[in-house]
Design a protein. Structure first.
Length: 403
């Protein structure tokens, strides 16, 4: 595992010198701002006094607000707590934002404006500012006021409706697909805006939504639907599937090679070329008779182990994989080879492990220089840096502005 990097590495990173004021919470926004921090930005995370980011309380944990969920997506950030319901709190944040490069939020549409931190207000304060917002559905339109939660957008976007067989019940995708995809689009948008500012000196508004991100993920399927009125479902291809074995399961994809059913017939030891059967002789007939074909494949896979079938399929050039648990994958040698697990020491949680950034740069790689902040950990440090003297900081603490 990769050891905790030293803060002295900051200056060499691509986003060194960029200050980000981070209003985000839960997962979509924090995944974006953590990536900014991983590559050198100074991310100042703003949280509510007392409660903090919602992900500090999402699951019961022995380390409370410093639980693995929060720690996994908030490293390389400094944390401050500011009561934005008080004008004194809003004034503190305006002072910090005046010298910042980026402000990021992922509230419902209109929340930043109601707080007094909308794009127009902050642009007048800082014309170079990049104002980045991730929402559920976008700033306008009939759904803009709806809660933009991950599962809700799986349903609205059409992703939830498609499954490998109509016989299967509709279900929730168990990983936060919408949140993560949208967070990475927000990250990309901020980088594009920073590049534009290098040329023009001007900031701009960056907006992404879960709804748009999930639609964009389906660009091939949408093109077929819009132009041919035909629904593409890659999970329902006749030679693609997940099949139980005697000890777990195997997944394979019968495509990207000539005569895939012949290869599968050989690999699965059918003793015949299934393509020679009239009902499977063409791709169209395989689609038409998919249920029967899938049943044959399932029965054959159930006669031996996953290791047996993956070896056989590999020998015949059929794309395949064992179906692993997350625990299996985290222990896989490929995970280690890619440097995807890093360790850090946290003052409350102690030594803990987390995933590294998935972008690998040869000269300026991501680094873990700070663990996720404790609630309000950097209040005094950040305010001092932005010109607040000890007396003023004491008054703000007395008013409960800083929690």
């Amino acid at each position: 595992m990769t050891p905790l990097a030293q803060e002295s590495a900051d200056a060499a990173l691509p986003l060194a010198g960029i200050t980000v004021v981070d209003f985000t919470q839960v997962f979509m926004g924090p995944s974006c701002t953590q990536m900014l921090g991983d590559f050198g930005a100074d991310v100042i995370k703003v949280e509510r006094p007392g409660t903090g980011d919602t992900s500090r309380n999402s699951l019961p944990d022995r380390h409370g607000k410093d639980n693995p969920i929060f720690l996994s997506i908030n490293r390389n950030k400094r944390g401050i707590t500011v009561d934005t319901k008080q004008e004194e709190g809003r004034a503190v944040l305006r002072e910090i934002i005046a010298g910042a490069d980026v402000v990021v939020s992922n509230f419902r549409a209109g929340v930043m404006e109601r707080m007094g931190f909308g794009y127009d207000e902050l642009r007048s304060l800082n014309p170079r500012l990049i104002w980045a917002s991730g929402t559920g559905f976008g700033p306008t339109g009939p759904h803009s006021d709806l809660g933009g939660q991950d599962v809700i957008n799986q349903a609205y976007s059409g992703v939830m409706w498609r499954r490998s067989s109509e016989e299967l019940p509709l279900s929730v995708y168990p990983t936060t697909l919408c949140d993560y995809t949208t967070g990475m689009h927000l990250f990309q948008g901020i980088l594009l805006a920073l590049r534009t500012r290098d040329a023009t000196g001007e900031g701009q508004r960056v907006e992404v939504s879960m709804y748009d991100s999930m639609l964009h993920m389906q660009m091939q399927e949408a093109s077929m639907q819009l132009n041919r009125g035909f629904e593409v479902n890659w999970g329902a291809m006749p030679l693609t599937g997940v099949f139980a074995t005697t000890d777990s399961a195997v997944c394979f994809v019968g495509g990207f090679s000539p005569d895939p059913l012949l290869r599968i017939s050989t690999a699965l030891e059918f003793g015949e070329n299934l393509t020679l059967r009239p009902e499977f002789s063409t791709f169209e007939k395989q689609v038409e008779n998919r249920a029967e074909l899938q049943s044959l494949l399932a029965r054959q896979c159930a006669t031996n182990t996953t290791a047996h079938w993956t070896a056989r399929l590999e020998a015949e050039g059929v794309l395949n994989a064992p179906v692993l648990t997350l625990a299996d994958t985290l222990a896989d040698p490929q995970t280690v080879a890619n440097g995807m697990i890093v360790e850090a020491e946290h003052p409350v949680a102690g030594r803990f492990s987390m995933l590294n950034a998935p972008i690998h740069l040869s000269e300026t790689p991501a680094s873990v220089r700070r663990v996720a902040p404790r609630l309000g950990e950097h209040n005094v440090e950040v305010l001092r840096e932005h010109g607040f003297d000890e007396e003023t900081i004491g008054k703000l603490q007395g008013l409960g502005v800083l929690g």
